[in-house]
Design a binder for this molecule. Structure first.
Ligand SMILES: [Zn+2]
Length: 341
């Protein structure tokens, strides 16, 4: 029986040399340590052995079993390591494969709309005039014919700074005064884009910050006809050649007379839809002839100079063009929204 165990051990170790892959190693385990392996049969026959032979045979059989198990474990980890080395060598970087495309950024929908507006007015000879976002009460209200007691001040709930009389501008109109004072008595033809701030309850239609584009033309013999022609031409370039416009009387403290301009709904073609509340018209901007007091505050003699001004919201225009239903998307930085433009 001891000789039998020697043979089992020798054969087992010899066969192990041939187990050069993980499946072969598993075959070896079944053959030499499995339930029907010769070694296991030795254990099975244990009961029929002579009583005095049992300790010797048992000890030797256990030694052989432990030896074979230990070699199996060594072999398994060696094979595993070899496989890893082979994988590392064969899976080297293939530089001939096409790379992953890098994500390309794009312009914010408001910026796209702003640039289109700049383009259109540039073609009509308007220059871009930028002015500061922090304003004095004087420029934001007083000089624009909105004195402290004026009811129009209720229209703008304002962010005030801790310095009295200094606030975040509620509209781009203070830029009118800045540009007039810079150019007077020469004619002015500018658009004034920029961010404005109002203390609002944020909702789908209202934000505390938004862009405005204001326009101003001051010179000799500028008439309401020039205002209508300029803005109608703008609407055609912005929304399509066939789009119709209409002007409705309105009121602003810094213009007289004042009007609001609607364009024919370019979504339904004027037939009436949800976007235009079934009126067939979309309100696009406010406008009017520059108020004589404002001209005077800008440094022009209202007896010799006239001018017109207008103001529009690029976010509102972007919302109409792209049928965006909630103004909060513009500042929420959600890529699912931004990637659509
Ligand atoms: Zn419509």
């Amino acid at each position: 029986m001891l000789e039998e165990l020697e043979r089992i051990q020798t054969a087992g170790l010899a066969d192990l040399e041939q187990a050069t892959s993980e499946p072969l190693l598993e075959q070896w385990r079944v053959a030499h340590l499995g339930r029907s392996a010769p070694l296991m049969q030795v254990f099975d026959k244990f009961g029929s052995l002579a009583k005095e032979a049992r300790p010797v045979i048992g000890k030797r059989a256990n030694e052989v079993k432990r030896l074979l198990e230990a070699r199996l474990a060594e072999r398994a980890s060696a094979l595993h390591e070899q496989a890893l080395v082979r994988a590392l060598q064969s899976e080297t970087l293939d530089v001939s494969l096409p790379g992953r495309p890098s994500q390309q950024g794009r312009l914010h929908p408001t910026t796209q709309t702003l640039r289109r507006i700049y383009e259109i007015f540039a073609e009509m000879g308007f220059q871009v005039y930028r002015s500061r976002e922090i304003e004095s009460d004087e420029y934001n209200f007083e000089l624009l014919n909105i004195p402290a007691h004026h009811p129009a001040r209720d229209m703008w709930d304002t962010f005030h700074t801790q310095t009295p009389g200094v606030l975040l501008r509620t509209h781009t109109s203070p830029g009118q005064i800045h540009s007039m004072r810079e150019h007077a008595p020469n004619p002015v033809r500018v658009i004034l884009p920029g961010m404005c701030f109002r203390y609002e309850q944020i909702s789908a239609r209202k934000e505390i910050q938004f862009n405005q584009v204001e326009g101003l033309a001051v010179g000799h013999e500028i008439t309401f006809g020039d205002l209508k022609g300029t803005l109608t031409d703008f609407a055609r370039r912005m929304f399509g050649d066939s789009v119709r416009t209409r002007f409705r009387a309105s009121h602003f403290p810094f213009t007289e007379p004042s009007a609001e301009m609607d364009v024919e709904c370019f979504i339904c073609g004027g037939k009436g839809c949800n976007v235009c509340s079934h009126t067939g018209w979309l309100e696009i901007l406010g406008c009017g002839m520059v108020h004589p007091v404002v001209l005077q505050n800008g440094g022009y003699d209202p007896a010799k100079f006239t001018g017109f001004a207008f103001g529009m919201g690029p976010e509102r225009i972007a919302m109409l063009r792209h049928r965006i239903e909630d103004i909060r998307y513009f500042w929420s930085n959600d890529l699912r929204f931004l990637e659509q433009f």
